[in-house]
Design a protein around this ligand. Structure first.
Ligand code: WTA
Length: 631
């Protein structure tokens, strides 16, 4: 970023400052890091607990930190139960619009009934506390009900993004040992019905752990249902067992709430674990303070519930805060590029939280599509998932925010559970910077030895102290958790984020991007190793390496370099076939943008692929030090 951009500042209006819940940053930040446990205890006091904690933070065995030790809770107690005895009971909890225009709405009372019914059904199908249920669904209300129903009865959910392939789904079901899978016949996307149940059926042909599949009817398309395994949700819901009364299970603060698979730099996806107590406190506090939540807000987080952003800021944070949430099923440009703006107008959405990829995509159609609708009710905007370019930031601010809605550019990760670096509405903003650490958080940008880099210089982003939203571990693999995040700076005891960043002269953070072998494509997180092994499963591929190259719409695109098996002819047809193959193995988002055939991959003498050399060549840059190159 140039000096110029660092000096461009958007100050909040007096109206924003006057209305803000948190009116001051510096002092509260200082207090929050000097009195970390007291600060988090104060936030936790705002929630309901069956039994309060004996200790806010147990740091006796780092990095295996425990939050709110000894407390008894259930996230559902705060997200649903507590609202039943307040004015929120008849407040709108959830507004949903299908791509086909179908609208469904639920008050907190209705949400409670739906979730309790789903929970009763799960119980009757033998789900017990401690089970892990896999959920593979389109963006329909039942996805949210299913997640909440699992939590209510003390089962953990593992939501697998509906864009993943049957192979990817199978891998996650098997790793989680899910006995029960919840799915739907499909959903609508760009006017067509997706075939989710078929993908589940295919995954289960190769799997013996699943005993029960519950299928929600959405599209009405014909699907294959297997006797004694497959049940329609509407059939189960009609039975007397599907009671609208269901006790919420009492959980320990540190009990597993969910498992969420995410790509890392090596090997298969990691199942990250989040827990009931700390996660409840962290998601609700960050949501309330950063989005300045008022009772009358209508909050739209336009992520897919299948990713962490959806878990924390469609479902849990907002419901704990008693907000009205909005969920939309389909494509942003269906049937026309003004679909989002039309819905924001129609439902009176006041806060929109989305990704730079979505913004770039909508920007492409031009502002006249936005200006057809009255979206002046938007008072705050948010961005997440990848760095937002100053250009996209300014468009978002001017065209969508009408020059008055501040943009909360939130940096965080699946692992962190919630926002780590983010403005609050009163923060003076610099387009492209996520600004400063959220309360309670200490971060830094350091060199490989752990020394602070100079102001303005690029380095490794680290988190220096524990926070309540942090993942507690990788499911059943403590060692991998330690090795992945904590080993690099083990002397200092810091969490290594895997991102490069800079801090400018005003203490603002500028996130540059991943430093490890994780690629962000349209904000989706993919591992180079996963894409490479997907390519390697093709019978004509001997070896493959993939890199990220900048892409105007997607942020990054995947370029694959492939060595074919001896005697295989290179062709355009094979190029296209390999792209399709990756799409089939992993899911459409992982399809490489380009496949380049090479005779050899650049490797070090110890056999490690030098992706940096491939990248330099692809971008026409200096290849740097090649002394370790084998050939
Ligand atoms: C990137 C998504 C720049 C970053 C919540 C991080 C961002 C990874 C931002 C985590 C942002 C997320 N600015 N980069 N505001 N937010 N990232 O686990 O590289 O899907 O490490 O979590 O996304 O991706 P994940």
């Amino acid at each position: 970023m140039s000096e110029n951009e660092e000096n461009l500042i958007f100050n909040p209006s007096q109206q924003v400052i006057d209305g803000a819940i948190v009116k001051e940053y510096d002092q509260l930040y200082k207090y929050s890091i000097e009195n970390r446990e007291a600060f988090w205890a104060e936030q936790a006091e705002m929630l309901g607990w069956y039994k309060k904690w004996d200790k806010v933070l147990d740091s006796s065995n780092p990095p295996f930190y425990k939050w709110f030790v000894g407390a008894k809770t259930n996230i559902i107690h705060n997200a649903i139960d507590r609202h039943q005895t307040t004015a929120n009971r008849n407040k709108l909890a959830f507004l949903w619009e299908g791509e086909d225009g179908l609208v469904r709405t639920f008050s907190y009372h209705a949400l409670n009934r739906e979730v309790s019914q789903f929970a009763s059904v799960l119980k009757s199908m033998g789900v017990v506390k401690g089970d892990i249920v896999t959920i593979y669904m389109p963006q329909i209300p039942e996805l949210v009900f299913a997640m909440l129903a699992c939590a209510k009865i003390g089962a953990a959910h593992s939501v697998v993004y509906g864009g993943f392939s049957s192979e990817a789904l199978l891998e996650r079901i098997t790793d989680a040992k899910s006995r029960v899978v919840i799915t739907a016949d499909g959903g609508f996307r760009r006017g067509k019905a997706t075939q989710l149940k078929d993908i589940v059926n295919k995954a289960l042909e190769m799997c013996s752990v699943v005993e029960v599949v519950i299928t929600v009817r959405r599209t009405g398309e014909d699907v294959y249902m297997e006797n004694d395994r497959d049940y329609w949700y509407h059939d189960l819901k009609a039975l007397p067992i599907a009671s609208t009364k269901c006790e919420t299970e009492v959980m320990n603060s540190e009990d597993m709430l969910f498992l969420l698979y995410t790509s890392g730099s090596t090997g298969k996806p990691k199942g990250l674990v989040h827990t009931h107590g700390g996660y409840s406190v962290y998601t609700s506090t960050t949501h309330r303070m950063v989005f300045d939540i008022k009772p009358e807000d209508r909050f739209w987080c336009a992520a897919d519930p299948g990713w962490i952003t959806g878990h924390s800021y469609i479902v849990y944070g907002p419901l704990i805060n008693g907000s009205t949430i909005f969920l939309y099923e389909g494509a942003p440009n269906h049937p026309y590029p003004d679909r989002w703006w039309k819905m924001i107008d129609k439902y009176g959405i006041t806060i929109l939280y989305t990704s730079p990829t979505a913004i770039r995509g909508l920007m492409r159609y031009g502002e006249s599509w936005v200006n057809r609708h009255d979206i002046s009710g938007l008072r705050l905007l948010g961005s997440v998932g990848e760095p937002i370019s100053p250009e996209a930031w300014k468009w978002y601010h001017r065209v969508v925010g009408k020059g008055k809605a501040p943009i909360m550019d939130t940096w965080w990760q699946t692992e962190t559970g919630g926002f780590m670096i983010t403005p609050i509405p009163i923060t003076p903003l610099k387009p492209g910077s996520a600004t400063k650490p959220f309360f309670g958080n200490e971060l830094g940008v350091v060199d490989d030895e752990g020394n602070d880099v100079k102001t303005g210089e690029q380095g490794n982003l680290v988190i220096k102290a524990p926070w309540p939203g942090m993942t507690c571990c990788i499911n059943e693999d403590k060692e991998r958790y330690y090795d992945t995040y904590w080993k690099r700076f083990e002397k200092q005891g810091w969490y290594s984020a895997g991102d490069a960043a800079r801090i400018d002269k005003d203490g603002y953070y500028w996130i540059i991007g991943r430093t490890d072998d994780v690629i962000k494509v349209s904000g989706y997180r993919l591992g180079t190793a996963e894409v490479e092994s997907a390519l390697a499963t093709h019978h004509l591929v001997a070896e493959a390496a993939v890199i990220a190259v900048p892409h105007e719409l997607k942020g990054n695109a995947i370029h694959a370099f492939v060595v074919l098996r001896h005697g295989t002819e290179q062709s355009r047809v094979l190029e296209a076939e390999l792209k399709e193959h990756v799409g089939k193995v992993m899911g459409p988002i992982a399809k490489p943008e380009a496949v380049v055939f090479v005779d050899l991959l650049p490797k070090t003498r110890s056999g490690k692929i030098m992706r940096r050399v491939l990248k330099a060549r692809a971008l026409g840059l200096d290849e740097g030090d090649l002394s370790t190159l084998e050939e």
